[in-house]
Design a protein. Structure first.
Length: 300
């Protein structure tokens, strides 16, 4: 494995795709990423080339014997189809979260990767930020009484991004990673279509029956921001702990993790824990969507 090189292709060149191309072309010295070699990118738009990377057709990417792995950075709606194609072609896959917009599909794709003995890696840069790492340290070992995580952001096209529980799964991932397994007690959604406004409110219980609330709110001109209020037996945390800037970019950290998996350098325990977390969050996202889409129960 020491000298093994993995040919890669980037599919989709939005903000994430361009970051992927940049990082694959400039790997961190003596990091696992040095084992990845960018052989091209796929896009519906016609570029010819970006930096030194050349555009190739989807068919060529799937057929090529030189390409061992695909980085999927397309819109959420098309993740499923793209993952499926590359797994079927016998390639490893890195995909931006959420890996799919239904839990059933996510489980199917994961099984398919296991049957084909391929790495299916879902990017979760929200767990790699210094802000989050500090928060996790701060929360560790404390007893939760109750908590709220409130996210605001600009409007998303739901046809492309999916239901807010899926497009916002980064927030759910935080809560599960910080507080362990959760169950949904209720979930509602308020929409003002004419104003392009949406607010989803989800109530969870921790394994110790403590309440957690997640609010995902989006509207025109809303700043991208997270607010927390976590109360513990020892006091409340209302602001993020101060965190230094990371020397290594988030996509690069994620890319190193993917390369480590390809090189067989991640333990079975870590892989199993990650698989549980990813699929559990997708299961919960689906439960939340079902709650929100149920017709209002009329109380007489």
């Amino acid at each position: 494995q020491i000298n093994k090189m993995f040919g890669t292709v980037v599919v989709g060149v939005g903000i994430a795709g361009l970051a992927r191309i940049r990082d694959l072309m400039n790997p961190m010295p003596s990091s696992p990423s040095e084992h990845l070699k960018l052989l091209g990118f796929v896009s519906r738009r016609s570029f010819g080339s970006i930096n030194e990377a050349k555009q190739i057709s989807l068919e060529d990417a799937l057929r090529s014997r030189e390409i061992h792995a695909a980085f999927i950075s397309t819109e959420n709606r098309s993740h499923e189809e793209t993952i499926r194609m590359f797994l079927e072609a016998g390639k490893h896959v890195l995909v931006e979260y959420p890996m799919a917009l239904s839990a059933k599909v996510a489980h199917e794709l994961w099984e398919m990767a296991e049957q084909k003995d391929k790495v299916l890696h879902v990017e979760h840069i929200e767990l790699l930020t210094e802000e989050y790492k500090q928060l996790k340290k701060e929360v560790a070992g404390k007893d939760l009484v109750k908590g709220t995580l409130h996210f605001t952001g600009h409007v998303l096209d739901e046809k492309k991004a999916g239901f807010p529980a899926f497009s916002g799964i980064a927030r759910l991932t935080w809560l599960i990673d910080l507080f362990g397994d959760l169950t949904v007690t209720s979930a509602t959604r308020e929409e003002q279509k004419d104003k392009n406004y949406s607010r989803m409110t989800v109530h969870f219980q921790t394994a110790n029956k403590k309440p957690l609330t997640w609010i995902e709110e989006r509207g025109p001109g809303m700043r991208r921001e997270k607010k927390i209020n976590f109360c513990f037996t020892s006091g409340c945390l209302e602001n993020f702990p101060q965190a230094p800037r990371s020397a290594v970019g988030l996509f690069m950290q994620d890319q190193n993790l993917f390369a480590k998996k390809l090189l067989g350098q991640v333990s079975k325990e870590e892989l199993a824990a990650e698989k549980w977390r990813i699929l559990r969050c997708l299961d919960l996202a689906e439960t939340i969507q079902q709650h929100c889409e149920q017709p209002e129960k009329i109380c007489s």
